[in-house]
Structures are given as C-alpha cells and as structure tokens.
Design a protein around this ligand. Structure first.
Ligand SMILES: Cc1ncc(COP(=O)(O)O)c(C=O)c1O
Length: 391
C-alpha cells in the first residue's frame, strides 16, 4: 500500500517557495503538445549539427573515448578553446582559466555556485533569458533587474541607473551581450566603464557571450575579455549551442579569473564531472573547422530577419528594433497587457508558438519574442498564420 503520510514541514529547499514562476516553459510545452503548431518560441534553429562535427563523435566512440573526462575538461579541448580565442579575438587566455562545461547554462550555474552566498544580490540587465534568473535563484541569489529602454529605433541601457542599484549586498552584475531577446550589443566603451566600476568595488561580472558570434554584419561582438585584466572578478560564459547548431549537445565553456580554477573544478567535480568525453572531442573540430557553417547560419538569419521586419511592418501597433545580432525579433504590441495570454491565444487560434515578453522581465509584458532561425519556408508560413491575429 502507498504511504499516505503528509509532511508536517516543507521538505524541499526554501528557494522553491520564492523562485519566480516560469510561465514561458509551460507555454513552450503547451505549444509542442499541439499537432501542427509551428514553434518559434525556443532559441534554436532548424539546421541540424553539421556532419563533420557528428562524424567526430562516431569516430571518438569507435576509438573507445568513453572514459571519464578530467577536472575542467580535456586538455586538448581547453587548448583548442584557447586557440579559438586567440584566432578570433586576439585574446591570450592560459589554460588554467578555461573550463569545459555541460552547456552555457551550466557555465552560468558553475560560476554562480562558486561565488554566491544566500541572499547575495545579482544586478541583471533586462529583458533577460528567464533561465538566468532561475539559475541565480537556485544558487541562493536575488536578481535586481535594470530594464533597458526602447527609443529612437534602438535599445538603450542607462549605466547610471545600472550602477545606482548597487547595495552592500551586491555580489555580481549579469550582462548578456549580444542580448537574448533584444539583440542589443554592449559597446566596447560601456564594457570598459562597467569593468572599471566593478573592479573598484570588488563586484563580480557574469558576462554571457553565447551570442558573441551571431553579429549579422561583422565577425564578432565586443567581449569583456577584450578589456579585462586576468585577475578581474569576471566570468565569461560561452557555448557551442548557437554558433554551431549544437543545442542538444550540452557543451560550453567558462573563462574565469586567474585564481578561479580550483573552485570551478570542485563545483564540476561535485556536480556532474563534466560533459561526455566523446562530445568534447567533437567540440574540438567545431572550433577548428566551424567558420563556414557559422557563415551559412548567419546568411540564413539575415535573410529571415528581413522577412520578419517586412511582415510586421504592416501593423501600426507593432514596433520592432532591427537588432544587429542573434536571431530574435522582440516586438512591442501597443495596447497589449498580458503577453502570456496572447501567446496562448496564438497557439490555440493560429497554431504559432512564440515566447511571451513578460518572461524576460515584468516591464516587457507587451512584447513577444519570435525566433527567426527556422527555415525560410517554415518562417513564412508562421508569419502568414500570424497576420489575422495581429490585425
Ligand atoms: C543568453 C543565453 N545564455 C545561455 C543560453 C543557453 O546556452 P546552452 O544551450 O549552451 O545552455 C541561452 C539559450 O537560449 C541564452 O539565450
């Protein structure tokens, strides 16, 4: 017989009582459960991982590369990450600052687990990908948000407002640039200002740069590593997911300050001992030979962005900033007050799943996010279906 025992206390961690709800994940599931619904709600495209990367997994498996990985990841992959940074950005990062992680999401988690104590505050630029808020809360931290503003056809972050949020409890500042969902990119000048401000106050910076190579017209976005000293309290998060269409692989990397190596290694050791050895080998070839595939994706994203802009321009009550990076259209709908209800209606009435703006920050409940990394055919069909709903 099953036990009917009722707990007289809450047996789970208290953070689950205070964590903000993730309504967008629920809507994503709802959209996926509806036959025929087109999902442009998640941050991934329709291109599979290129064959030369998949082939390396087969080769690694057949060569018996099936044993535990080691510490902060395979030395060969860490070396390749260092080479990639040198080649792409001109950064010279010693291996002891590089850790291979089980995704960009995991890299943020490792970084926060190494620095946050219960109740520490993390100031975050919003709109922001909801999971980054959840990871912070799970690690015991509290998000203090600083919303960007949309005006004159651009997104703006007011650094004065950002810095004004610092309190004695501030442990870190979290910046996603290029940004999901807006595509906003922090300028090199602003990166320098933020670094100097944080350095003077011993505040950590968590720079999520997973969209760093998704700039539509140039090769890369400015990086915090362009300006940082090697002992700055800076974690830079990166991922194979977006750059090489490897979302399902769960592979990323984290670059920390000079003395972070043993802390991150310990968190990896006690968490999951790192990503599979054979996928790490595939990561090496992605970094080494992935530029042509990235270019193919960028051409697709650029053309698709034009399709979206042209389609949404037909509606006076919709405004969209043309972003210089990433593959999202984050658009404002005048008069809208509940993006969650609207996203659900779009699934039910026209069979298109988009992400509700309110999931990226409470100020953005009159926005929707559309991921345009799909094939042009699927995207065109979705835009066609959306027309009557926006009329
Ligand atoms: C800003 C940001 N960081 C990290 C990630 C996750 O990357 P990964 O797939 O490597 O966990 C995403 C995914 O959408 C993202 O938007």
């Amino acid at each position: 017989m099953k036990s009917q025992k009722k707990h007289t206390y809450n047996p789970y961690r208290s953070c689950f009582q205070t964590m903000s709800a993730n309504g967008a994940a629920e809507l994503l599931r709802y959209g996926k459960s509806k036959a025929g619904c087109i999902s442009l709600a998640q941050g991934e495209g329709s291109l599979p991982t290129p064959a030369f990367i998949c082939d390396e997994v087969h080769k690694s498996l057949s060569e018996g590369k099936t044993f535990y990985s080691f510490g902060a990841g395979l030395t060969e992959l860490r070396q390749e990450i260092a080479t990639y940074h040198a080649k792409t950005y001109g950064h010279h990062i010693p291996l002891n600052r590089i850790a291979v992680t089980s995704s960009g999401t995991n890299a943020v988690h490792l970084a926060l687990m190494s620095i946050l104590d219960e109740g520490d505050e993390v100031i975050a630029v919003t709109p922001i990908w909801k999971n980054l808020i959840g990871i912070t809360e799970l690690a015991g931290g509290r998000i203090i948000d600083v919303p960007m503003e949309q005006s004159d056809g651009k997104w703006h972050l007011d650094l004065e407002k950002f810095f004004a949020k610092v309190t004695p409890h501030t442990k870190a500042m979290m910046i996603v640039s290029p940004n999901n969902p807006t595509g906003w990119v922090m300028s090199g000048e602003d990166i320098k200002t933020v670094l100097e401000f944080a350095r003077a106050r011993d505040i950590w910076i968590i720079a999520d740069e997973v969209y760093g190579r998704t700039m539509h017209d140039v090769s890369k976005a400015p990086s915090f590593l362009d300006y940082a000293e090697d002992d700055d309290l800076l974690y830079v998060v990166n991922s194979f997911s977006k750059t090489w269409a490897m979302t399902g692989w769960r592979l990323g990397w984290l670059i920390g300050p000079r003395d972070s190596e043993d802390k991150i290694r310990d968190v990896i050791l006690y968490e999951n001992m790192g990503p599979p050895t054979f996928t790490q080998h595939a990561g090496i070839v992605a970094l080494r030979h992935g530029e042509d595939f990235l270019q193919t994706q960028k051409t697709l994203w650029k053309g698709n962005q034009e399709l979206v802009i042209e389609s949404l321009a037909a509606f006076d009550h919709i405004s969209l900033v043309k972003s210089p990076a990433a593959f999202y259209a984050f658009f404002k709908i005048d008069g809208e007050t509940d993006s969650f209800a609207l996203a659900r209606r779009l699934i039910d009435e026209v069979g298109v799943s988009l992400a509700p703006g309110g999931a990226f920050g409470k100020e953005f409940n009159n926005y929707l996010r559309l991921c345009f990394a799909a094939s042009p055919e699927v995207l065109s069909e979705a835009l066609h279906r959306l027309k009557p709903a926006f009329r």
